[in-house]
Design a protein around this ligand. Sequence first.
Ligand code: ADP
Ligand code: MG
Length: 151
Amino acid sequence: MIIETRNAGETFSLGEEIGRAARPGQVYTLVGDLGVGKTVFTQGLAKGLGIREAVNSPTFTIVQVYEDGRLPFYHFDVYRIGDISEMDEVGFEDYVYGDGVCLIEWADLIEELLPESRTKIRIEKDLERGFDYRRITVEERGRVHADFGNR
Ligand code: ADP
Ligand code: MG
């Protein structure tokens, strides 16, 4: 699925819509250059999960946990990761294979740790179409909702 947005509000709204549909255990991976709108999308997704707390990029920690929404939300930003072993140290596997919702900004930096089942989101600019234009590609990989129906 490809969605085109013309301003930050539209990207936020897309995130919000996806957040409303999020299921326990779902993992979203976000890739795209600095300043493309990954955090804007994340803020929308958090709102869609019913989170009221302000969501920003976790600058000094790899993961920020939000518990006040419909499901626990684990927001990773791995931009500053030095070594992949840092993910073990924060307990990445417990988050990713848990029942909350995970979102990982800069997921391509930890490609080898990502689960097969996930929603891949790529955000790209196209300056020929304007400074605020974004092309957002959403791709479901694996059996994303596989174990939800039984709960
Ligand atoms: P990232 O997390 O990818 O580094 P941010 O979400 O922090 O990027 O910042 C994106 C910036 O781009 C914001 O200042 C936002 O207002 C601006 N922007 C302009 N157009 C869009 C758009 N269509 N979608 C998302 N953000 C946009
Ligand atoms: Mg960001």
